[in-house]
Design a protein around this ligand. Structure first.
Ligand SMILES: [Zn+2]
Ligand SMILES: [Zn+2]
Length: 372
């Protein structure tokens, strides 16, 4: 399957501002909404794709990552990303910039030496996402070489001499079809210099693979799919060039009681049929450690929801909390003693039909239907 570019999907230019992205999304979402197409699977897939695209492009951080890495920024697998490697082609404009980009873009040379951005998948408990948490993570990545302190050589004087392949320009020319194409020099990787006496630990790169522990702060309110940028904690750059960034991708562990819908915590609460009929109370363990008492009004039905305001999740980058919602599931008894059955038999004998108005009205309609 061909993956479609998010900008193309929404029919906007790469540089489009937030307002026009939002407008384009609204128009397309309306047009492709499954309700209007009776579950036609093609339209539904398109609707999903539009939503996925908007989800990325509306968020400045995700959009920046997408602009640099394409969808690879959001795919599983971890590890570093080569900014030039897996961006993929997206139509003519990208092919053009791939061929001409390196000498048209003054940042390219600098970018080539910059360390790659890293992705780290971080799994959190609901309680941790509620309070926010400081986590120590192990990162295995290119780090500044300790032996040469990132210089690339051990000698006291100048490490480098002019690259013979490109004569110090950092670029080489090659004929490609009709074009003379300039590329970054493969020998010196565009720097114009080669290391004369390379450090044996890092082979002159000034960086080497290392394992390090890193303490990261996760703010309260994060959710599945939240991405946190930790500036400068990605791969080390080549010979002292800037480090890449580290992106934490948040994943949520399942909670035994609560499902999460944004900032709302939802619990399915089975309630005995007697409690549902007569009323009562249930208590739930709050996500903050408190106990939440919920009053069950007499006559509550299966599927009804009880809302406890302000007992939900914390709001990311905001104040206050969402709500807690208990979804009531009335449970019909399946294991009864003979005495209990007898009591229910007695109850049934006294029934007039007025106790359960919905059932009464349903059977009245059914009778009319057969009768008419
Ligand atoms: Zn070294
Ligand atoms: Zn060179």
């Amino acid at each position: 399957m061909v993956e479609q570019d998010y900008y193309e999907l929404l029919g906007v230019q790469r540089g489009a501002d937030d307002a026009s992205i939002k407008a384009a999304y609204r128009r397309l979402a309306k047009e492709h909404h499954p309700d209007r197409h009776n579950g036609c699977s093609d339209k539904e897939a398109q609707f999903k794709a539009i939503n996925e695209a908007y989800d990325i492009l509306k968020d400045p951080q995700k959009r920046a990552a997408y602009d640099r890495f394409g969808k690879a920024a959001f795919q599983n697998g971890g590890g570093g990303h080569d900014p030039f490697g897996d961006a993929g082609f997206n139509g003519f404009s990208d092919i053009f910039s791939t061929i001409f980009g390196e000498f048209m873009d003054p940042r390219a040379q600098q970018n080539a030496a910059r360390g790659a951005d890293l992705r780290y998948d971080l799994e959190l408990k609901l309680e941790e996402a509620f309070t926010g948490v400081e986590k120590t993570i192990n990162v295995q990545a290119m780090a500044k070489c300790e032996r040469c302190t990132g210089r690339g050589c051990l000698s006291a004087d100048r490490c480098a001499s002019t690259c013979k392949t490109c004569g110090g320009i950092g670029k080489v020319r090659a004929q490609q079809g009709f074009f003379v194409v300039e590329r970054g020099c493969p020998m010196c990787r565009g720097s114009g210099e080669v290391i004369t006496d390379p450090c044996p630990n890092c082979q002159g790169e000034g960086r080497a693979l290392a394992q390090r522990k890193l303490s990261v702060k996760v703010p309260a309110g994060v959710d599945e799919g939240t991405r946190i940028r930790v500036a400068g904690e990605g791969e080390a750059g080549i010979r002292g060039a800037a480090n890449g960034d580290l992106y934490l991708f948040v994943h949520m562990k399942r909670h035994p009681i609560y499902a999460r819908e944004g900032t709302t915590l939802v619990a399915d609460c089975p309630v005995s049929f007697t409690t549902a009929a007569l009323g009562g109370a249930i208590s739930l363990p709050g996500i903050d450690g408190s106990t939440i008492e919920l009053k069950i009004p007499a006559g509550i039905q299966s599927g009804e929801q009880l809302r406890h305001r302000g007992s939900g999740m914390s709001v990311l980058n905001g104040r206050g909390r969402g709500d807690l919602v208990a979804r009531i599931l009335v449970e019909t008894p399946t294991r009864m003693t003979s005495r209990q059955k007898k009591l229910l038999d007695e109850f049934r004998e006294t029934e007039t039909g007025e106790e359960c108005p919905a059932a009464k009205s349903f059977f009245a309609r059914a009778r009319d239907y057969f009768g008419g």
